[in-house]
Design a protein around this ligand. Structure first.
Ligand code: PXP
Length: 248
């Protein structure tokens, strides 16, 4: 089955817009579990623009779901992650001025910086994931680094979808399919995420090698109109439909 990780960062973004405690990402984690999500994803950024340090333990207490902590490969984040010991730790690139994670981590170029972080996270018991572009060179280096999981950045796919560029979308999907096969051949579990919506999720969900999708911004936005439970259930149903159609 294809797992759904719900990224609840943007519940905290709305909370932080006013200060105070509402809306509480802890409540989002509990609702996600009841609605059929398989994991909770949170990104503790250097600037703490959404999830904050105090949220980590509070979210863990609120849910039985595994927690996937997205983090930059910095000393500060490594110290926090090795104390917190999330089920999974996903290394992502982080630029202070960016609005969101704009591209995959260049694990080939940054190998020497990333290697000790991967080692330390594995020693702390977390399942390490590398958020990379669906690119064969990046996957090969992920194997050398000993990462059990890679997450493919689907931002380019989502952008082309929005632009209505059918040729571009088809090309990007082929890259995602080839990358997913390549990862499995190298013994790495492939995940995907970024920019996925009700409209564009099915072709990605149909890639049989993918084990998990991590989805945040769209679902938290949709929750404003329909509630979080309804939004998560609908996404779960679309992912299951895609898998059933692919298998038929
Ligand atoms: N996966 C990773 C590694 C991310 O950093 C993010 C958020 O930037 C997501 C998935 C979810 O992306 P979105 O919020 O666009 O659904």
């Amino acid at each position: 089955m294809l797992r759904l990780g719900l990224n609840i960062d943007h519940v905290a973004t709305i909370r932080n817009a006013r200060g105070g405690a509402h809306p509480d990402p802890v409540r989002a984690a509990a609702i996600a579990e009841a609605a059929g999500a398989d994991g909770i994803t949170i990104h503790l950024r250097e600037d703490r623009r959404h999830i904050r340090d105090g949220d980590l333990d509070a979210i863990r207490k609120a849910t039985h779901l595994p927690i996937n902590l997205e983090m930059a490969a910095t000393e500060e984040m490594l110290a926090i992650a090795t104390r917190f010991k999330p089920h999974a730790a996903c290394l992502v690139p982080e630029k202070r001025e960016e609005r969101t994670t704009e591209g995959g981590l260049d694990v080939a170029g940054l190998h020497n910086q990333i290697a000790p972080v991967v080692r330390a996270l594995k020693e702390a018991g977390s399942r390490v994931s590398l958020f990379i572009e669906p690119d064969p060179v990046q996957i090969a280096v992920a194997e050398v680094l000993g990462a059990p999981v890679v997450e493919f950045h689907t931002g380019r796919y989502a952008e082309l979808w929005l632009e209505g560029d059918e040729v571009g979308v088809a090309h990007e999907l082929e890259r995602l399919k080839a990358a997913s096969r390549e990862a499995v051949q190298r013994g790495i579990e492939p995940h995907a995420g970024h920019g996925l919506t009700f409209d564009n999720v099915k072709p990605v969900a149909a890639i049989p090698e993918l084990a998990e999708l991590n989805i945040g911004h769209f679902l938290i936005g949709e929750a404003i109109f329909t509630g979080l439970e309804t939004a998560v259930k609908r996404m779960r149903a679309l992912m299951d439909e895609a898998r059933a159609e692919q298998a038929a």
